[in-house]
Design a protein around this ligand. Structure first.
Ligand code: NI
Length: 181
């Protein structure tokens, strides 16, 4: 089922997600709907808050060709799409700076500095604890989605200059979606 994507301005985007005690059929169905919604919107990641939910859940699917060759080879053992319940970043290293976008911010895109590599632990759809090490674009996506689950939005990471550049757009977007910043 295609879900409505919540845009900047809606206060739910600032909520901190609640860890799930156990992954139920209902939560698996929610994850499947989120994957469908993400694919239809041509996104590479989606967090529960972006569909108006507060379970600690996000989905990620990086299409082929988004990574440089080295990172693609490094990330190759990680199966897509990723469904992450209760994800936590347990360690990170290095840094990378690149363009980033978000389905909740149509028409806004800035350059954000993120860790180059992250180790993420989570619960999979079968309630099994998992640990992955990701680099490059996938590492960026994991950090972006985990921020969502903590009520942090990628505009919070923008430089003052970029925020100023996008200020009129952000103001219009927020006003049209409930006014929360
Ligand atoms: Ni986002």
């Amino acid at each position: 089922m295609n879900l409505k994507i919540i845009k900047y301005g809606d206060p739910v985007l600032r909520e901190k997600a609640e860890p799930v005690a156990v992954v139920t059929d209902a939560l698996r169905a929610l994850a499947a709907d989120m994957i469908e919604t993400m694919h239809r919107s041509k996104g590479v990641g989606l967090a529960a808050e972006q569909v108006g939910r507060t379970e600690k859940l996000c989905v990620i699917d990086i299409p082929e060709g988004c990574e440089n060759e080295e990172d693609e080879a490094f990330n190759a053992p990680i199966q897509m799409p990723l469904v992450l319940f209760n994800p936590e970043i347990v360690s990170q290293e290095g840094s990378q700076r690149d363009k980033e976008g978000c389905l909740s911010f149509p028409g806004v895109g800035g350059s954000i500095t993120r860790a180059a590599q992250v180790v993420c632990q989570y619960l999979d759809e079968n309630n099994m604890p998992q640990m992955i090490t990701a680099r490059g674009f996938l590492a960026r996506a994991i950090q972006h989605e985990l921020d969502h689950l903590n009520g942090i939005l990628y505009v919070d990471h923008m430089s003052a200059v970029e925020r100023l550049t996008f200020a009129p757009k952000l103001k219009r977007l927020a006003a049209a979606n409930g006014g929360a910043r």
